[in-house]
Ligand binder design. Sequence first.
Ligand code: ADP
Ligand code: MG
Length: 624
Amino acid sequence: MTKKQKNLLIRVIAAGVLMAVFSFLPLDDYPIVRFLLFLIPYLTVGYDILRKAFKGIRNKQVFDEHFLMAVATIGAMALGEYTEGVAVMWFYQIGELFQSYAVGKSRRSISELMDIRPDYANIETEDGKIEKVDPDDVEVGTIIVVQPGEKVPIDGIVREGKTTLNTAALTGESIPQDVVEGDEVISGCINMSGVIRVETTREFDESTASKILDLVENASSRKSRSEQFITKFARIYTPAVCYSALALALLPPVIRLIMGMSPMWGNWVYRALTFLVISCPCAIVVSIPLSFFGGIGGASSQGILIKGSNYMETLSQVRTVAFDKTGTITKGNFNVTGVHHSTMINDTLLEIAALAESHSSHPISRSLKLAHGKELDLGRVEDVQEISGSGVIAVVDGHNVAAGNLNMMRHVGVTGRECRSAGTIVHVAVDGKYAGHIVISDEMKDTSEEAMRALKSAGVKKTVMLTGDKESVAKAVAEMVGIDEYHAGLLPADKVRIVEEMLQEEGEKEKLAFVGDGINDAPVLSRADIGIAMGALGSDAAIEAADVVLMDDDPRKIAKAIKIARKCIRIVYENIYFAIGVKLICLLLGALGIANMWLAIFADVGVMVLCVLNAIRCLAVKRV
Ligand code: ADP
Ligand code: MG
């Protein structure tokens, strides 16, 4: 409990005791004493609400829940209904206490779940001692030491030692990852076994852990439509309620006066006050942001980063999911299965291709470099130009080299040779002449097929694959994992066009998600209703361009994200309908004079507590 909460709790207890004691005192003959005595618990428990109400009036933002509470309780005190007056404040504060406790708890459990904030970095001093320093002060290129049990504080490359890393805090999945010299390590992972020395490649602020924390912390500030709706709603609703209460207090007595009856002022004012307490919108105002907060937090504990409440809503309405192929449905680890029609020694062709590709981050380039297997002399490569969705052009040892698909060959004016082998083909041209092609084949992710089934069970109607690869590969992949529709041979611009066509066709509440790995599909990611980037560990482009970021590259998380969003939105609406429903019934009873202040208190505080409890369920996402 925080200090503020403790304070409030003490005030609530003190006021409760005083109120109970005073109720038993035989004070009926001393109204002034009775009033003064009850004023003590009233002010003890409610002074800050009164102050906030006055502040609101001074700032010309009159109509908020503090104002409602202040008017209702001051009115009750003025009518001589002291117990009711104090009780309204009392229960209201209990509700507040409860809510601040719930928010604190979910905030804490999120930061526990996302336990990736590094506190320090170790650097080695000249006499071989290890010194702890603020990671903010570590410059790029510094060697830091990470011992077993410690978090990697800053992104970098292992220069000495080997170990196993636990990435659970980042991805929600505890698959240990072995790293050796030369491997990249990402901040936020926990070092499990050996001591490693890491050369930092980024500033602390630019490192993965810092970026992710930033993202999670700022997520709930992006308001969803239902939240915006509530703000607008409260702006109209509260004044409307206040004026209705005023009318309820004034009109009936005046009419009775005119008709020659006794006006019964006290009676009607009491009804008006009851009406005010009932109509306080705090249950909704409090529980909705809490639900989104919980949902976003729960998702991030599963390695799913949702960048704002607005995306939560869109995500819950996804009916079509479009995928990139390479790195999304397939692993993006290509094996070389053949070299054909080579005008030189096969290994030389592979070397030239690997050199030309050496600056690219495309999965194909990485795989070619790996297949070549030897250290590449980057000094042999100049003038690299990557053509998104086609391949690369570069000058290698003074020769113009182009490597890529048939598009690429057309681009450099060379006739490529079709290839019937199963797999993706990298055609190579040297100095304007065809030099042969390399056949590479990708592996399917083990989880892709299950992911497609999970999507269907999460309510997705159609799955579509958009790829720049050739028809035969696309067809095989689509059939193997069970994708409904595929489009092959696309340039990045074609992907955008197809997504736009699909957006045209969709209905109001049917949204389209695009899932990619962030490599040359950023335009599509931002064009879709919602862009989901996967395998974000290490890819900044993906983290920036997407609305939802999956920390690892498990496609099953897409369905999970949709389910989490649906659960969260369902809870939000449950709360809205429940709160408004109970309030409408109580308001009706109040206006008819059947409800008293006690029922009003239930309608306000009771509903708020129930809504908050319901909202907390958003945090539980392990098994959605
Ligand atoms: P996907 O849509 O499957 O993610 P891309 O749009 O990244 O594929 O690329 C489409 C096609 O363009 C690839 O299948 C490949 O033939 C070719 N290509 C793209 N980049 C490269 C590259 N760096 N080297 C060789 N070929 C490439
Ligand atoms: Mg791609």
